[in-house]
Design a binder for this molecule. Sequence first.
Ligand code: HEC
Ligand code: HEC
Length: 178
Amino acid sequence: MRKLLNLSVAALLLAGGVYLYAEDEHEEHEHHASSFVAKPMSKQEKATVLLYQKECGACHFAYQPEFLPKRSWDKTMNSLNNHFGTDATLDPSDHKTIQNYLVSHASKNDRMTGMGGEIAMRISETPNFKHEHREIPKKMVTQADVKSFANCASCHTKAASGSYREREIRIPNYGSWE
Ligand code: HEC
Ligand code: HEC
């Protein structure tokens, strides 16, 4: 039993995706947790996730591709030389691999795009995200141990494994959210 449990956790980690996110209706999180099944990954897919985490996790948390739609990732990948004030340019082969990975796992939910028809480049500025985080007092976000909503993993303790469950949230200096 224990072995089985460990195996499924390992599968989750390697899945590199989000398994608790409201793709369709944000009021139905509980259903997503139970309906999730980790698909086994091929060696090549694992290598791609590791490449993504290494390259796009160098300066910040490696955001799961499921949090933005295709056109957001395309826009991001087509402007890496001017990426939020930094240069995140990749070599052409890695660039292609990562863009394909992001696009093929992108959200199909149009509500994840920005307001006013603009293509969102920040997850933290999508209407979905704002809705989920509307009750969090500003001081909990701007404090030195978090800085901005871009730092998902500072509050979501299991974010790296793709889990955003409420009971796993610990806001630095404030504690759990319940
Ligand atoms: C050289 C450093 C660097 C690298 C490498 C880098 N980024 Fe960023 N990225 C940043 C900075 C700086 C920000 C703005 C962070 C903030 O506002 O706190 C950012 C923000 C983001 C955001 C918006 C987060 C949000 O919701 O507010 C996304 C999405 C993103 N990066 C994707 C990527 C992807 C995809 C890659 C790999 C191709 C990548 N980044 C590589 C520096 C980097
Ligand atoms: C300041 C802490 C903080 C940061 C930073 C943060 N979140 Fe959250 N997040 C929360 C809290 C608290 C909730 C629950 C809000 C509520 O229920 O009212 C939440 C809810 C969520 C949910 C819904 C989970 C559920 O089951 O209801 C998702 C998904 C999520 N966050 C993803 C992200 C992502 C992705 C990032 C980074 C781009 C991020 N969060 C950054 C605190 C944070």
